[in-house]
Design a protein around this ligand. Structure first.
Ligand code: ADP
Ligand code: MG
Length: 465
């Protein structure tokens, strides 16, 4: 299957060639022909599957026939975070290199003026976060009456961040006769309702089950029994300081911990920098660039700041905290093991994380292996032979591995419906009871030193401690 088979024009095929893409990813192969036919698309795919091109390419194809008008964009791409919007914009410029299409990026945290200037000159495509788009609309700087294609990216994240009312408002402002391309990694009820209300007989394209973890990511768990932050940071350093750890993203549940952990790592001589929603846009962009070029080796991040960031070749993800929402775990570890590369995700679990962990294991449909890297002497961890074979990049991916059969039915009360609050309140510890109804007993078994899930083949390194 090639991009040519999907019905794309030579201008786009050349741009894709220049980008080094040889063949479409499954979501691209599924969504592009439908989008080109003019139908609405409901795309369900996890992070790193190539969603951006699946909506950007047909969008470019469709718009290449008309002309931009001042303040009246012909298409709208809405993403939940500034970084994602910036990334989509970057992709758009790459793919649209051989066209005359113009684009405006409307995100918060930067001045209104330059955005207005671009809008006034006429933008074919507006890439925006919901808040800034509505702000510009209310200021009369943008009219949505000519939008022919509306794209919603990462809809489930919009829900988490309290953006659903904004999205509904935006849907009400664009013409009813338009094409909608709608993407989400998971389909909680609220999102399903949006789809039913605002999409017109969409074709559903689902490339893998929602919320499954990539098979190229090896997942391990480090137990930190001591409740002090010092002990946790100590455990983190041990996990970082091993062979094979090239670079990584370290996730914290709270913004203030992002800063504390980054500073502590710097003090211990690690190359690390924080990224979270309270940092201004230029700092976030600069940090991200340094991470991409390798100048910064470890990015310490909150979920919101890191969501959907496209950072190639991250060897490791570290969960300094176990996320309270199981979906976040899947998104976090989706930062590694991309494009067939082998990755590793190491999670630090404290005594208080039992419920969150149980919810995660229920969602991914398996237990996370325990690992003990040894405190004093960081060493490469032994890898069981069988595991190696499964994870080898050339091994066929088991698309239907027994992963998400047990997707928990807990989407109900768990999500935030935050009115117009535009930030995920990641400073507030979220209530844990909601996220799990799960099996205390099996968790306790592990606490007692019995390791489940391996039958008689428990790898030797589990018995180190
Ligand atoms: P998603 O939005 O699903 O998380 P992205 O659109 O950000 O995924 O794509 C993930 C990465 O894969 C990006 O680095 C992108 O450039 C790359 N990519 C996308 N499509 C292809 C393709 N057809 N061939 C090679 N690389 C691709
Ligand atoms: Mg994306």
């Amino acid at each position: 299957m090639s991009f040519k088979d999907l019905g794309l024009s030579p201008a786009l095929l050349n741009a894709l060639d220049a980008a080094g893409y040889t063949e479409p990813t499954p979501i691209q192969a599924g969504a592009i022909p439908i989008a080109l036919s003019g139908r609405d698309v409901l795309g369900i795919a996890q992070t790193g599957t190539g969603k951006t091109a699946s909506f950007t390419l047909p969008l470019i194809e469709r718009l290449s026939k008309g002309r931009a008008k001042a303040r009246m964009p012909r298409s709208l791409i809405i993403t939940p975070t500034r970084e994602l919007a910036a990334q989509v914009a970057e992709n758009f410029e790459k793919y649209a290199a051989n066209t005359k299409l113009t684009m405006a990026l409307l995100i918060g945290g930067v001045a209104f003026g330059p955005q207005e200037a671009v809008l006034n000159r006429g933008a074919d495509v507006v890439v925006a976060t919901p808040g800034r788009l509505l702000d510009q609309f209310e200021r009369g700087k943008i009219l949505l009456a000519d939008v022919q294609v509306m794209v919603v990216d990462e809809a489930d994240r919009m829900l988490d961040m309290g953006f659903i009312p904004d999205i509904e408002r935006i849907f009400s402002l664009v013409p009813p006769r338009r094409q909608t391309l709608f993407f989400s990694a998971t389909m909680p009820k609220e999102i399903q309702r949006l789809v039913e209300r605002f999409l017109n007989n969409p074709e559903r394209v689902e490339v893998s089950r929602p919320a499954t973890t990539a098979t190229t990511v090896r997942q391990t768990l480090v137990r930190v029994k001591d409740r002090t932050p010092g002990a946790k940071r100590d455990a983190l350093r041990t996990a970082l300081d091993r062979d094979g750890v090239k670079n990584g993203i370290i996730f914290c549940n709270r913004k203030r911990d992002v800063d504390v952990v980054a500073r502590s790592l710097q003090k211990h001589g690690f190359s690390a920098a924080p990224i979270h929603g309270d940092l201004d846009q230029s700092t976030r962009t600069a940090t991200l660039d340094k991470f991409k070029t390798g100048e910064v080796r470890f990015l310490v991040a909150s979920d919101v700041a890191a969501r959907g960031l496209d950072i190639p070749a991250v060897s490791h993800v570290f969960n300094y905290d176990i996320p309270h929402h199981a979906d976040d775990y899947v998104h976090r570890i989706g930062r590694t093991g991309r494009a067939g590369l082998q990755g590793e995700a190491v999670s630090l679990a404290g005594p208080e994380d039992g419920k969150s962990l149980a919810a995660i294991e229920a969602l991914i449909g398996s237990k996370i292996e325990l690992a003990d890297f040894g405190k004093a002497k960081p060493k490469p961890e032994p890898e069981p032979e069988a595991k190696k074979a499964v994870d080898a990049p050339e091994a066929p991916k088991s698309a239907d591995a027994p992963q998400s059969e047990s997707k928990p039915a807990d989407d109900k009360g768990r999500r935030k419906r935050g009115g117009r609050s535009r930030k995920k309140p990641d400073t507030t510890p979220e209530s844990q009871e909601k996220s799990s109804r799960e099996d205390k007993s099996s968790r306790n078994d592990r606490d007692n030193g019995k390791i489940l899930g391996f039958g008689n083949d428990v790898p030797a390194f589990f018995h180190n401690s």
